[in-house]
Ligand binder design. Structure first.
Ligand code: NAD
Length: 459
């Protein structure tokens, strides 16, 4: 990584010049991003297939389309977002005015992840550009085709003096983290999140940490058979239909009432076959496991005989092709790795409870998840879930869609991370809100000045 210092000096000079603050620059970059997506759609499908075996439809839904939508929204709203907002003042301040003015942080580091290597790298970039920052973009080395595509293509479209793509692995991340950034936006694991935060603390750099964890789905028995078919589709979509469960908001495990479990498992089996065929290994709709390390990590989760005994569907693996069949486990031990660590793969444990209301205690006694899904029509139960658990988001009666609602902030809480983005929240995440107060010299309120005496209390 020769020349990192020079790269950062160039970015600082660009930022100091004020160029990136103008609405014209921001809009030109957002237009360029839209053009980049339009011109490179096929190429992005290709590299996403190479790295993850993502089908173009899934790639469009989760990656290309997300970036296009985000850039278009930011382009249409950026001027409004940039405008200072008037603040209210008490009468005693009169005559005066108050404003909150968003300003860019400066030089920003964005570290992307490999599971959505296009959207989770470029969507934060759109936020950083909208807010007027200069950026170093570090795509994940674990999705190498996407990383080199971004490193090659981005400079052809976006201002190369303001946006740099730096490729590399852990050593490069370590060097980047030693630098003095004005903001770091990191997507990845809790383990590396701690490393990022420790490094940022040396320079008091603000960070956004988009981490993971175990996101549960609760299913009560209030749904009729027609709705249950829809529910099964939404569950299968959230476990196997988006990067084969290698997604931060994938359902990690399910909580259901005991009497309901076999009915659910039967429906899930049927739905898996409907989505991925009798032999999912041949399905083009199922992403591959990223690499040998992740494959071995998932095998490790399955190797304990007690865990093997809990497999009620699937469970076959092929080391040569790194294939793991969509797998359902019923009541694996709660202290096993599969129930204490984020799964991040195509394995779905189902935990049965005597009473579905116990799910609240189950979830709230564990680290705060990124997402909670709950399938229920019981409004009182919904209120209890909302008030007695904490999570980045709660989605009732569906899955994953919270991620694509621009009007909702996306981010974690507790160990699933902190900070948020998407839509206007992305702009806010990459902006400092500067408070501005303006006064005149008359009238003057003498009681605010010493010498103090008791009469001044009455004022
Ligand atoms: P990771 O944390 O292992 O790696 C992320 C990046 O950190 C990589 O680029 C890697 O080079 C770097 N890194 C690794 N070790 C480092 C070190 N010692 N020092 C400095 N940098 C280092 O994460 P991952 O395996 O790429 O992604 C999986 C995790 O990311 C899961 O936990 C998942 O839930 C989470 N995730 C969260 C979101 C979200 O939006 N909240 C999205 C996707 C993934």
């Amino acid at each position: 990584m020769e020349g990192l210092e020079g790269t950062l000096a160039e970015l600082r000079d660009t930022f100091k010049s004020g160029r990136t603050r103008s609405v014209a620059w921001r809009k030109s970059q957002l237009r360029a991003m839209i053009e980049f997506v339009q011109d490179n759609e096929e190429e992005m499908f290709k590299v996403l297939d190479q790295d993850l075996g993502k089908h173009p439809v899934e790639a469009y839904r989760d990656e290309v389309g997300v970036v296009a939508k985000s850039a278009k929204l930011s382009l249409s709203c950026v001027e409004k977002w940039m405008a200072p907002k008037k603040g209210n003042l008490p009468l005693a301040f009169f005559p005066a005015s108050a404003e909150v003015m968003p300003e860019p942080f400066g030089v920003v580091l964005i570290m992307g992840s490999w599971n959505f290597p296009i959207s989770l790298t470029l969507d934060p970039l759109i936020g950083a550009i909208s807010a007027g920052n200069v950026v170093v973009l570090k795509p994940s080395e674990l999705s190498p085709a996407c990383s080199s595509f971004l490193a090659e293509a981005i400079p052809k479209y976006l201002d190369p003096k303001s946006i740099k793509v730096i490729e590399g692995g852990i050593d490069v991340c370590e060097q980047l983290l030693q630098q003095n950034w004005d903001k770091i936006f990191f997507t990845g694991s809790q383990r590396v999140g701690r490393i990022v935060m420790t490094a940022a603390a040396q320079h008091l750099t603000p960070v956004t940490l988009e981490l993971g964890g175990k996101s549960p789905a609760i299913l009560d028995s209030s749904s009729n058979p027609t709705n249950m078919k829809v529910i099964a589709k939404r569950i299968v979509a959230a476990k196997w239909g988006s990067c084969s469960g290698q997604a931060c908001i994938a359902i990690d495990y399910m909580l259901v009432e005991e009497k309901f479990a076999s009915y659910l498992i039967d429906l899930l089996e049927k739905t898996i076959k409907q989505f991925f065929g009798e032999n999912p290994r041949e399905s083009k709709s199922l992403c591959k496991i990223l690499n040998k390390n992740n494959f071995m990590r998932l095998l490790d989760l399955l190797k304990d005989p007690l865990i093997r005994a809990s497999v009620v569907y699937g469970g076959s693996v092929d080391e040569e092709t790194m294939y793991i069949e969509p797998t359902i486990l019923l009541n694996p031990p709660l202290d096993s790795q599969i129930m204490t660590e984020e799964i991040f793969g195509p394995l779905l444990p189902i935990i049965t409870l005597n009473n579905i209301h116990d799910s609240i205690e189950f979830i709230s006694s564990r680290p705060k998840p990124l997402a909670i899904y709950a399938f229920t029509r019981d409004e009182t139960f919904k209120k209890q879930i909302l008030s007695k658990t904490s999570s980045g988001s709660v989605t009732f009666n569906d899955t994953l869609l919270q991620f694509v609602c621009d009007s909702l902030p996306f981010g974690g809480v507790g160990q699933s991370g902190f900070g948020r983005y998407h839509g206007k929240y992305s702009f806010d995440t990459f902006s400092h809100e500067k408070a501005i107060l303006q006064r005149r010299f008359f009238p003057e309120l003498e009681p605010r000045y010493p010498p103090w005496n008791n009469l001044k209390f009455q004022f």
